[in-house]
Structures are given as C-alpha cells and as structure tokens.
Write a protein that binds this ligand. Sequence first.
Ligand code: KG4
Ligand code: ZN
Length: 376
Amino acid sequence: MNILAIETSCDETSAAIVKDGRIILVNVVATSIQMHQKYGGIVPEVAARKQLEFMIPVLNETIQQFNNSTINNIDAIAVTVGPGLIGSLLVGVETAKTLAYAWNKPLIPVNHVLAHPYAAFITKSDKRKAISNNNLTIQQFSNSTIQFPIISLVVSGGHTELYFMQDEKSMKWIDGTLDDAAGECFDKCARLLGLKYPGGPEIAAAAAKYQIPNTKYKPFLPRPMIHDDSLNFSFSGLKTAVLREVKKIAECHSRESGNLIDPRVKPEDDILINSLAHEVQESITDVLVKKTLQAAEKYSVKSIIVSGGVAANQRLKQKINSELLILNSKLSVHVPPPHLCVDTAAYIASYAYFHNNPVDWRKIEAQPDLDVEVGG
Ligand code: KG4
Ligand code: ZN
C-alpha cells in the first residue's frame, strides 16, 4: 500500500510516498527555518506564507520522483491535521482534501505528535527514488523489527511526552511536561547564550567544543524533577537557572569594565558559552534518560523509541545506550536517523498505514490544539 502524506504543521513543508508504512519511496522537505532565525524563533505568519509558497513545488517534486508510477499507484492520502500552527496546518490540510476529492482517494487525518515515533518503523529508503531537495544521502536503515511492548518518548519543540505502545496501533499517553518542552528549553537557553535558532543543534555544537581542563568556570544546573516518582517533566526552571548564570557573567563584565549590566553573554565568552551549553545538554538529557528508563521499568517493556527533533541529539542517544549497558539491560533502543527525527511527511505516512482510519474529506479540518494525551 502506497500512501502519499503531507506535513505542514510548523515551518517544514513536506510530502512523502511510503510503501507499507516502512519503505520511503519519495521524501521531499522544504523549510523556511532561515526566515525565522533572525527573530530567534518561529514567526507563525511567515511560516504560513512560506507553506503556501512551497506546497505545490514540494508536491510536484514528490510526484515527479514517483516517476515510473502513476496516481493510480497511490492508495491513500495522509495529512497532519494537528497540533501545530493554524496558518501552516491549513495549507497542508486543504491541499490534501483537494487531492482526495480530485483523485477520489481515501484521506487519513494524522496527529503529528503521535506520528513522530513511527519514524522508527521505517526500515529503509527505496534506493532508486529516495532523494530530497536538500540532498539527503540515501540511508539504509536497520531492518531489525522492534519488539513490543514499547515505551515511546516524543521530544520535540512543542512536546515532551511518554507513551506506552502495546502494538503498532495502540498508543497510550503516560505523562508529559508540565510546562516547557525539552526542545523549547534548548531553544530558549540557546537564545540566552546568544546562539542561533533552532537552539538544540547549536547547544549540541557548543557543548561538543567544551573542554574540561580549559575552564575554571563549571556551572551546575538543576535536573528538574529527576528524583520525582512521577513520569512528568518540567523544564521551565532550567531556563531561569541559565538566565541567572548569564546574569552572573554579565555582572562580572560590568564590574570589570564599569559599564551597565548587559544581560547577554558576549561572543568573546566562548569558553563560558561552551561550558553552559554543555551543562544545559547534560541536564536535559539526564532527565530525559532517567524518566524514560523509569517508564520502561514500570511498564516492563522490551523496547524504547526516542523520536522528535531532540532525538537528533547524539548525547541523548549515547547516554541512554550507556545507561542500559551499565544496568546490563536487555532493552533495545531505537532512534530514527536525524532527518527522520525532525518534521517530515515520511512518518505521517507510516502512522497512517498502521492506523489506516480514513475519514470523509468533508469532515477533516485543521486542529491546532489537537489532544496528544490519548488512550485509556
Ligand atoms: O520535531 P521537531 O522538528 O519540530 C516540532 O515538532 O517541534 O523538533 C524541533 C526541536 C527544536 O526545539 C530543536 O531545537 C530541537 O528539536 N532539536 C534538537 C536537535 N535538533 C533539533 N535538540 C537537541 N539536539 C539536537 N541535535
Ligand atoms: Zn515534530
């Protein structure tokens, strides 16, 4: 079964054709991220306008790359209906509804957050066709099947959620963040450190430059809720702790120079920035790993899936694996390759395949606040 999926929940415009929920035939992604960087975060109005601009070219490219096939070879259409930015969502939803009507295909509405973990079920890209507009290298993914039950951590810019999956069709929400999401925390801390948006990759890059013997400055940030028995997260306090550190640095500067306090770290403070970035990454990943393993133990699962933009963080992956090694655990961990952690239509198609619940296109609409706390 070939599903053509469309994803436009935020700043990525993506279309993909995926076979049987696991094999990417085509995956095209365009992004307006550069447009938002100068504002330090996503500007919804700009994102929506770019979605409109990119949607048809992305769709065209997708259909063209499906070159030796015809529309008849597409069995269904899937689309992200929420959660996300209303202006962005509307573009994908209305496009998908139009295609479903014009081509007379079933239309499957998809919850973007619930779809993220399905990136881990994608086993490979078709070698002939898996190219994208940003020259992704063709990847051969692991063919090992993921054993159920699963604990699934979704960590993105807007969400930090834990789910229990009994099989491919079932997702039961367990707990999530009480305030900021992990990605949001990376982004806000990066901004305080004078780093670019999106903050996650920037913090990771700065943290990689951190060298212990090079600095006497060793900040310590809290690990919010790490000793709490619940499986909730809370990241807003971390950003406040970083702000305190940044102010301390600024106060030192002002004492030295006699200038007024400028609550920003200066670019020449490279070593300080790298130390703080390192500590931010350690704090967030410590909490994510601890809670995920706690959930895995509580629900006696066989596997863990970590997905969403923050799952592209190498330190997170490394930490969860080394923790399992220390615990001599048989749990297997599955993290999609980085280009399937961030927003793309590939796993929207995969989720649609496994759930396969089409809805009359007349009844489908964009739902910016779509609930992610699902299951009973
Ligand atoms: O899933 P995603 O692409 O979009 C949403 O659905 O929100 O996630 C975006 C988030 C951003 O907050 C970004 O800073 C974070 O994922 N991110 C990372 C990394 N790459 C992206 N966070 C930490 N380390 C990374 N390497
Ligand atoms: Zn996402």
